[in-house]
Ligand binder design. Structure first.
Ligand SMILES: *Cc1c(COP(=O)(O)O)cnc(C)c1O
Length: 397
C-alpha cells in the first residue's frame, strides 16, 4: 500500500517547492466529503479554494464532462463550438449584461486578470488603482495589482503605474482615481485578505468615480462569483454594473476555466481581432463544465440555499472566537488568541478541512451544495477543535 507519507516523499523529489509541503494526499471525493490515500475522510469546508462549487462527483458535472469528452475536448480558436457560445450567453444573462456585452474565455483567474489589464490599456491610459489587501493572481501583470509585498517584491520590477489605496476609504479613492486612470480593480469581498467585504456604498462610489473620470471599473469575482456569496455575482448586491468582470474558480466546478466579461459595446470593442488570445480558451470541455455548474445552481435554487445555509455562520459565539465576516458561503471566523494554523491542524485531525487565511482567521468556502446538517456538524465540533488547538499551541484560556 502506498501511504500518504510515501507520496509526500515522492512529491518533495519531483515538484518545484512553491507550495511547501501539502497537508494531505487526497484520493477521492463525494459530495462535500474527501478521502485521503490513507483512507481518512474529511468534510471539505474549503472546496479546493472556492472551486468545487457542486462538491465532488456531482452527477450533473460528471455527466456533462464525460459526454463532452466523447465528442470534442478541444477545437482551438480558429474554430468554435456550441458549449462555448452557450456558456458565454448564459454568463451574460446571469450578469444582466446589456446588449453588446461579451465574454473572453481564459483558463485561470490570473489569465482573466491579464485580459482585464490589456483591456484597460486600450483606453489609451496605463495607470491602475488597486486596493490594499488585494489578490488578483500570480502572473507578472496580475501580480502588479496584488498588494502583498511577499508575493510581489521578489519579481519586481513589475508593470508600472499601479497605486494601492486602503479599502472602504472614500477619500483615498477620490484622490486616487483621476482622468489618467485606466482602471480601478476591486474584489467585492477580498478573499485572500481574510474575507473582507467592501461596503455597498463604497462600491457605488467606485462606480461613480470611474464613470466620471472615464476609467474602467473592473470587479474581480474570481472567488466571489458564481453563487458563492448568495448572488450570482457579489457586486450585484450593491446594485452596480461594472465595465468588466473577471471569473474563474467556481465557474468550472473544478475544471480549469477563466473568463473576462465586458459590459456594453464601448468596453467590449476595446479589444479587437488579434489583440488577445489563448490556445485552450473556450475549449468545449471546460465550457460544458461551466454550463453544468450554472444549470445546476439555477435548477437546484442554490443561491437561496447558499444564503440559508450560510446564515449559520452569521453569529458564532464561542470562547476563542472573536467574530465572523463574509456573506453566503464565503466566510471567515476571526479567532481570539488562538493561532489559525493550530486551529486548522486541529480541525484536520477532527476530520474537517478549513483554511488559515490569515494568522488569526479561518476561511470557510464549502461547496455550494453543503447541507445545514453538514455545516452544523462542524460548528458542533468547533469547541473541541479550539480546545485542542489551544493545547497544542500552548495558549492558556
Ligand atoms: C484565486 C484568485 C485569483 C487568481 O486565480 P488563479 O486561477 O489562481 O490564477 C485572482 N483573484 C482572486 C480574487 C482570486 O481569489
Amino acid at each position: 500500500m502506498t501511504t500518504g507519507d510515501d507520496l509526500l516523499g515522492r512529491y518533495a523529489g519531483a515538484m518545484v517547492q512553491v507550495f511547501g509541503t501539502p497537508q494531505l494526499v487526497l484520493a477521492s471525493g463525494h459530495g462535500c466529503w474527501v478521502t485521503d490515500v490513507d483512507g481518512r475522510r474529511y468534510l471539505d469546508l474549503l472546496s479546493g479554494i472556492a472551486v468545487n462549487a457542486l462538491g465532488h462527483g456531482h452527477p450533473a458535472l460528471v455527466q456533462a464532462v464525460a459526454k463532452q469528452a466523447e465528442s470534442a475536448i478541444h477545437v482551438s480558436n480558429f474554430f468554435t463550438s456550441e458549449p462555448a457560445i452557450a456558456l458565454a450567453e448564459r454568463l451574460l444573462e446571469v450578469a444582466a449584461a446589456p446588449q453588446g456585452s461579451g465574454v473572453f474565455f481564459a483558463n485561470s483567474g490570473a489569465e482573466a486578470t491579464e485580459a482585464a489589464i490589456k483591456l484597460s490599456r486600450r483606453t489609451g491610459r496605463h495607470r491602475i488603482v488597486a486596493l490594499e489587501g488585494s489578490f488578483h493572481g500570480r502572473t507578472t501583470g496580475a501580480l502588479a495589482l496584488t498588494h502583498k509585498a511577499a508575493y510581489r517584491e521578489p519579481f519586481e520590477p513589475l508593470i508600472p503605474g499601479v497605486v494601492f489605496v486602503p479599502p472602504n476609504d472614500p477619500d483615498a479613492l477620490r484622490a486616487a482615481v483621476d482622468d489618467r486612470t485606466a482602471a480601478l480593480f476591486v474584489e467585492p469581498v477580498q478573499g485572500e485578505a481574510g474575507v473582507r467585504e467592501l461596503s455597498p456604498d463604497y462600491l457605488r462610489l467606485a462606480r461613480e468615480l470611474t464613470s466620471a473620470r472615464g476609467a474602467l471599473l473592473v470587479v474581480d469575482e474570481i472567488q466571489t462569483g458564481i453563487g458563492r456569496t448568495g448572488d450570482w455575482f457579489a457586486h450585484q448586491a450593491a446594485g452596480i454594473v461594472p465595465d468588466a468582470m473577471t471569473l474563474a474558480k467556481g465557474l468550472g466546478g473544478g475544471v480549469p476555466i477563466g473568463a473576462l466579461v465586458t459590459f456594453g459595446p464601448d468596453v467590449t470593442t476595446l479589444l479587437s481581432a488579434g489583440q488577445h488570445g489563448t490556445t485552450f480558451g473556450g475549449n468545449p470541455l471546460a465550457c460544458a463544465a461551466g454550463l453544468a455548474v450554472l444549470d445546476t445552481i439555477e435548477r437546484d435554487h442554490l443561491l437561496e440555499h447558499v444564503r440559508r445555509v450560510g446564515a449559520l455562520l452569521d453569529h458564532v459565539e464561542l470562547d476563542g472566537v472573536a467574530g465572523t465576516r463574509g456573506r453566503g458561503l464565503l466566510r471567515a471566523i476571526e479567532l481570539d488568541g488562538i493561532p489559525a494554523p493550530a486551529v486548522m491542524a486541529a480541525a484536520r485531525d477532527a476530520g474537517f478541512i478549513v483554511n488559515a487565511v490569515t494568522p488569526t482567521a479561518l476561511r470557510l468556502a464549502p461547496p455550494l451544495v453543503i447541507s445545514e446538517d453538514e455545516l452544523q456538524g462542524f460548528l458542533d465540533a468547533l469547541p473541541a477543535i479550539l480546545e485542542a488547538a489551544r493545547a497544542t499551541s500552548g495558549v492558556t484560556p
